[in-house]
Each structure stands twice: as C-alpha cells, then as structure tokens.
Design a protein around this ligand. Structure first.
Ligand code: 2AM
Ligand code: CA
Ligand code: CA
Ligand code: CA
Length: 263
C-alpha cells in the first residue's frame, strides 16, 4: 500500500488531532462544553483538534481552501482544491465517554473527492482512501460486505434527536427497515458508520440531515470498497440534499426500495 504525498499529509494531521482527542477523552469531565443549538454540543476538544488539522494542512498546502465544521469556510488562492474537515465526529459519544468518535478529513479536487482519512483514536483504527487506489483499514484492503439480502443485513443509521427535524418521516423509514432487516445499529458517528460500510461491518447505512464534513471521506471509502452511495433520490447530490444511502449494489437497491415504502 503506497500512500501518495498528500494522503500522508492527511494521515499525519488526522493522527496528531486524534492524539489530542485521546488526551482530552481521558479527562472529559474537565472540558468546557457549549451548545450550538438543542442537542448540538461542541467542546474545547473539537476546536483544538480542528486547529491542529488546519495548521498541519495549511503548512503542507498553503493555497488550498477549507470547509470545517467549527470554523466554516476559509478560501485559499486555490479554489480547485478544498479540504473538508470534521475534527471530531461523534461529539455526543465523546462527551459521554463512549469511544465511538473519529477525525474525518477529505480532499476535493474540482468538486470530486479524491482522498479521505477517518481515524478513531480510541480504537487506533485508521481508514485511508484515494480515488482509484482502494481503501484500507490500517494496512488491510477493504471490500464492502457480500451479503445481498435485507434479511441478512445489519443496517446503520442516525436517529434524529432534539433540534433535528424529520422525526415523523424518519419513524416510517425506521419501522420499514426494522421489518425487513437482520438488525439496526445506531453508533452515533456518521463518518465512522460510512467507514464501517466500506469495511463490510455494516451492510448498509442511511441518514438524513448530514453535512459535507460528516460524509465526504466516507463516501470515497465506500466507492473504493466497491459499494454504492447515493442521495435519497438515487442521485449524487448528497451534499446539497444532506441525505445518504449506502451499501453494496444489492443492499443499496433494497434500502432505496424499503425507504420509499409507505408505513
Ligand atoms: P458531530 O458529532 O460531528 O456533530 C450522529 O447522528 C451524527 O450526526 C454525528 O456524526 C454528528 O456529528 C451528527 N450531528 C450532530 N448534531 C447534528 C445536528 N444538529 N444536525 C445534523 N447532524 C448532526
Ligand atoms: Ca458537531
Ligand atoms: Ca460530524
Ligand atoms: Ca464534529
């Protein structure tokens, strides 16, 4: 597995931020926490990790543009290249001492995602992907799961909470997937859920109301693992519509059909 120079830069940034998160996770009760909206927490750990990633990437590629969850968009002189960064995906888990959280970094070139890194420091799991070069968990190449029937499939999702809409329509979807699948998992970190689909741990995944930084790296990973990713309409406008459906070809198709069913 030969990593390109730019992927190495992303790995170094993600692991440095991950070490900072791991230290803060050890004394989570001492962190300053604030609310961005109902149920929407941010802590010093999120901000510190984002600053580390920003500094590392800026040093390596001074001209590139940025889209970050906590600091927003920062335009560089090179608008063709954009980093898309979630410094801590799974903040709620993190603040509750649940070790399901990750750093997510993607690189977009002319609107196309070309590289992605997702790192869970608590489990020391590093997912890396490059367009056309496959996806790896640490040093092992990944493929999506082979299971093709919903009766055998374990499906991940994100359940809306206070401050997030769509509750009524989500309950219909949840009920229909419950009825058709072997099980549903709600792990609480969307970027990791997508990495788990790439790794074949989850057979499929769907969620509404996600942001580009939740999805960008994971979308590339699922494609590079031979999987299918689309928005809820079957198109490729995940960033604009904020919805995502993923799995191998058969599970993606079955999920799309189940999600459209009436109650
Ligand atoms: P975060 O931890 O980076 O905020 C859980 O379903 C997923 O949803 C997590 O990846 C979480 O990312 C994200 N999330 C948390 N609050 C959200 C909100 N208010 N709207 C949309 N997504 C949110
Ligand atoms: Ca957040
Ligand atoms: Ca997130
Ligand atoms: Ca986050």
């Amino acid at each position: 597995m030969a990593r390109s120079a730019v992927l190495n830069v992303m790995v170094q940034a993600a692991m440095k931020a991950g070490r900072s998160l791991a230290r803060d996770f050890g004394e989570v009760q001492n962190l300053q926490v604030s609310l961005k909206g109902p149920g929407d927490y941010v802590s010093q750990a999120d901000r510190k990790a984002e600053q580390i990633i920003f500094t590392e990437l800026k040093k390596a590629r001074p001209d590139y543009s940025f889209l970050m969850e906590e600091s927003g968009a920062v335009e560089g002189s090179d608008a063709q290249h954009r980093w898309i960064i979630d410094p801590l995906d799974g903040t709620t888990n993190f603040l509750h001492g649940i070790p399901m959280f990750a750093v997510s970094i993607a690189l977009e070139r002319q609107g196309q995602i070309v590289a992605g890194v997702i790192y869970n420091p608590a489990m020391d799991e590093l997912y890396t992907a490059e367009r056309g070069g496959g996806v790896f968990l640490n040093d092992r190449r990944l493929r999506v799961a082979a299971r093709s029937k919903m009766v055998d499939a374990v499906i991940g999702t994100g359940i809306p909470h206070i401050g997030r809409g769509h509750h009524g329509h989500y309950l219909v979807e949840l009920r229909n997937i419950m009825a058709d699948s072997a099980g549903i998992r709600r792990m609480g970190a969307a970027a990791l859920d997508l990495a788990y689909v790439a790794a074949g741990r989850l057979d499929g995944f769907w969620e509404d109301d996600l942001q580009p930084w939740d999805m960008a790296a994971g979308i590339l990973m699922i494609r590079e693992a031979g999987g299918f990713v689309s928005d809820k309409n079957g198109g490729q406008d995940m960033f604009a519509t904020k919805g995502i459906v993923a799995g191998n070809e058969a599970i993606h198709k079955a999920l799309m059909a189940t999600l459209k069913k009436p109650i």
